[in-house]
Design a protein around this ligand. Sequence first.
Ligand code: GTP
Length: 603
Amino acid sequence: FPVERIRNFSIIAHVDHGKSTLADRLLEHTGAIKPNSGNNQVLDKLQVERERGITVKAQTASLLYEYKNEQYLLNLIDTPGHVDFSNEVSRSLSACQGVILLVDSNDGVQAQTVANFYLAFGSDLIIIPVLNKIDLKNADPDRVTKQLESLFDMDPKEVLRVSAKLGLGMDSVLEAIVTRLPPPDVNREARFRAFLFDSSFDRYRGVLSMVLVKDGRLKVGENIQSCHTKKQYEVKSLSLLRPQEIEVNELVAGQIGLIGCNMRSSQEAHIGDTIHLSGQQVEALPGFSPIKPMVFAGVYPMDQSQQINLRNAIEKLTLNDSAVSVELDNSPALGQGWRLGFLGLLHLEVFSQRLQQEYGTEAILTAPSVIYKVKLQPTKQTMKDGKDVIFINNPAAWPEPQRIQECFEPMVMGTIITPAAYLGPVMSLCIERRGVQISASNIDNDRIMLQYELPLCEIVIDFHDVLKNISSGYASFDYEDRGYASTNVVKMSILLNGVAIEELSSIVHLSKAQTIGKSMALRLKDIIPRQLVNIAIQACIGSKVLARQDIKPFRKDVTQWLYGGDVTRRKKLLAQQAAGKKKMRMIANISVPRDTFIEVLKR
Ligand code: GTP
């Protein structure tokens, strides 16, 4: 394909505005897949994605489209649609010249629409606004067009109207891609350079790197090198995605494709890396900032016999998801495990669901935590090694209070769009979560856009769910990183029968310690079943007890009441009791259900 007839684009949208449906319809319309092949949403591959109806991992496909008797190659780069994955969005965008900004013509502009718009705008991309779902009875494309005009200064004449579901308006979208977007800025005569923007793992071929070829060409059998790691590989396979893989012998500048080169782990495929031919000097393409996990949690096997299984499963899953960071971790109660870093709570949940579904491993997840920055009191030691500022993602590693000079916590800028009717409850929620309002503006007669600066730890666990609840599902939320701010946090410990359980300890804001301590003690009382001994649950800061609950002991023998009961019935009951215990973990001589650590945090 001549470069002038190549276009690289992405579709960006708020969750559920129909991105996957539009992608499918474009594939059908250009003959890449058969219509109604029964395989809806070809691009959403993972089981979790199908179940949850969200796109987790970016997928990509190339389409052929004829316009004015000329064939065009349109590379569609799929992007995930959830707040947790906004870095995947930005990395996909850097391979494009333009985006389709898809907006539901009933829901209108939502928080992620705004966030996605600014991502694309900030990357100097051409934005094609498309209103979807015009077939809906309540669709109001005129109102939504006005929102786009007032928020983003868009020209109403440029706003397209489609129904992805019914396949209406597909040609207008494809034509806009051809006519409004420029071809990629590439040079086929220059030395080979490719930009690595995603990777996936194939059981047989190892890591496959997804690249945009920026300059020159690459053939099977040639040797390539990574600018970042300097490692060299022989190219074993090259393929295009239509959306099924088609093996080819050569990739040329402007194309997007997969390189298979026996790379063992996705850790070697650095997103943002530049690939070139071995022995040739090239200038590295501007990469992006490394992926930054925001939420950390410990992952432990149910018992140590499952240690190896769990390790294998984590290794395989991280091969496919390089956004998860992995470190070894040790806990007094749970033994050897890992501390994993995620982009957000949804990412964490998707990961643990995949561990279970795809690898059948039942793991214990501990309470998620953000990364705190702690400035230590100067001592001879800290002066000597200059390590007076430390980053802590694990409450177990929290320093003694007398060693701390000042604490800092990660902040975010949250954007909320809500119907005016829910403004009161939404603002109360933000204040309750220690939010500071930055701005408020009307985006039309009925909808308000709010911006709040919020501590990340306050939104990480259940903010989104609560927001949806108090607004009957109408308010939407997105956030971006906003660095660190000074804060007054303390470590709260949970004691069971006087033994501090590190895995239940958490870092909390001083103003909330009392409330959180009380509610944790109460929740633990509900979660932990009655046992043979009395259990005292205490929430403490240092030696100060904030709350206490007791779980009264259980009768000694579950079969006691079966006076003279027959043997088989007794055996059955004892077996049931044993089975019940299996999902439990013994901690400080107390059986604790496996999901305690995460359940206890949901307020
Ligand atoms: P994420 O993958 O989570 O980002 O969601 P998405 O934006 O890909 O949304 P998806 O394509 O899964 O569509 C969401 C819902 O909207 C589905 O139930 C679709 O059937 C429906 N939908 C998509 N396009 C249209 C349309 O043009 N009209 C109508 N009525 N429904 C549509």
